[in-house]
Design a protein around this ligand. Structure first.
Ligand SMILES: [Zn+2]
Length: 377
């Protein structure tokens, strides 16, 4: 393998020289999850879930061959630990699989160190850091006999597409970006001291349109003026495009003045609680957007990491939610929240056209990076 394209250059450049026969290995992993445990029905990632039924009678000999032929990881290398009906793997298991040389243990924290990757888990936490970018997990980091555990959902739906985006199965070959400025018309969105969210969303989106076109992409705007478009209309516009990704642009608000920072949302995977309602039970039905779980998190990672790196806002993390606009879209889709209009400092920054221009350029560069990262084989 020639190395993985990073989703965010200068920050994440992991190269995992372990899998030449990646398709074969993926099938082996899938069989591991079938064999070692009662596999939850919601695991649909490119890593673990087959699109079609796999005949284990011929897979197992292939796994055995791969192990003996190249001594890469085998199905046996994933040891599933089930806690309260949820499946987990240990930190050392993950380190071994990705050939991460150092796994340091300090109190409740586990730090993975690779020449181009630093990943930090803390037992009990619902966030992890990958190269200093914050990610919200579907399930908290757990503990078993002193070992830190990550859920197989987060392994499949977050870790793998983020550290190895080029392994995403059949990624979309897109040339179009559907840009969705949130709100509009009578729906003003958040109210800042100097302006409405709907207007900042539209201005940033128009700047993003130009920036993307300069980089060779086609663009489609769900609105180009101050009009109200129902969410269903935005979803239909996105789904009408064949080779497209979708980026919804918003700005945030809250009751207080202190909340600050940028957050980027991808659709919550099936069977998990969303970041917005972590105490709620997992959503068990499949949504249109779930077929894009791996690409959704990869796109969110690229955009979020670029903005955090380029503009240095407070990092509120990459989050999962089932916003209506993300639920129905069958394309890779994210919702970007570019800061709080209720925070005077951030509101002033968002009000500055130069800041919005830098944000647009940063997001456009992230889209280029995403295309290269998932498209490379
Ligand atoms: Zn909004």
């Amino acid at each position: 393998m020639s190395g993985t394209s990073p989703l965010y250059e200068g920050i994440c450049k992991i190269e995992i020289p372990l899998i030449k026969h990646c398709q074969m290995l993926r099938i082996c992993l899938e069989s591991a999850f079938y064999h070692n445990s009662l596999r939850p029905s919601f695991l649909h990632s490119s890593m673990f879930s087959p699109r079609r039924k796999i005949d284990l009678r011929w897979i197992l000999p292939i796994c055995a061959f791969l192990v003996s032929a190249s001594s890469i990881v085998s199905a046996k290398d994933w040891n599933i630990i089930t806690i309260n009906g949820r499946e987990y793997v240990t930190a050392s298991n993950v380190a071994n699989f990705y050939k991460i040389e150092r796994l340091e243990k300090k109190g409740q924290t586990r730090t993975f160190r690779h020449p181009s990757l630093i990943m930090e888990w803390t037992i009990g936490a619902q966030t992890i850091y990958v190269n200093r970018i914050k990610f919200n997990l579907s399930l908290n980091i757990a503990e078993y006999k002193g070992q830190a555990l990550i859920s197989t959902v987060d392994l499949a739906k977050l870790i793998d597409p983020v550290v190895r985006p080029s392994f995403i199965k059949k990624p979309i070959d897109f040339d179009t970006v559907v840009i969705d400025p949130g709100h509009g018309g009578h729906d003003t969105g958040a109210k800042g001291r100097q302006g409405f969210e709907k207007d900042y969303n539209l201005d940033l989106s128009l700047r993003l349109k130009t920036a993307l076109e300069q980089r060779g992409f086609r663009t489609v705007m769900t609105r180009s003026t101050d009009v109200f478009i129902p969410l269903g209309g935005r979803v239909s516009m996105a789904n009408a495009q064949k080779r497209a990704i979708f980026i919804s642009i918003h700005h945030n608000s809250t009751g207080g003045r202190t909340a600050a920072g940028v957050e980027t949302y991808a659709l919550a995977p099936q069977g998990t609680a969303s970041t917005n309602s972590p105490s709620g039970s997992g959503w068990t039905s499949t949504l249109n957007g779930n077929i894009r779980d791996a690409e959704n998190i990869a796109l969110a990672t690229a955009v979020h990491a670029h903005v955090i790196h380029d503009l240095k806002p407070t990092d509120r993390g990459i989050k999962r939610a089932r916003f209506n606009v993300l639920r129905g879209i069958n394309k890779p889709a994210i919702l970007y929240e570019g800061g709080f209009l209720t925070n005077p400092t951030e509101a002033a920054r968002i009000h500055d056209p130069a800041y919005r221009q830098r944000t647009a350029d940063s997001i456009a560069n992230a889209v280029v990076k995403f295309k290269h990262a998932v498209g490379k084989r």
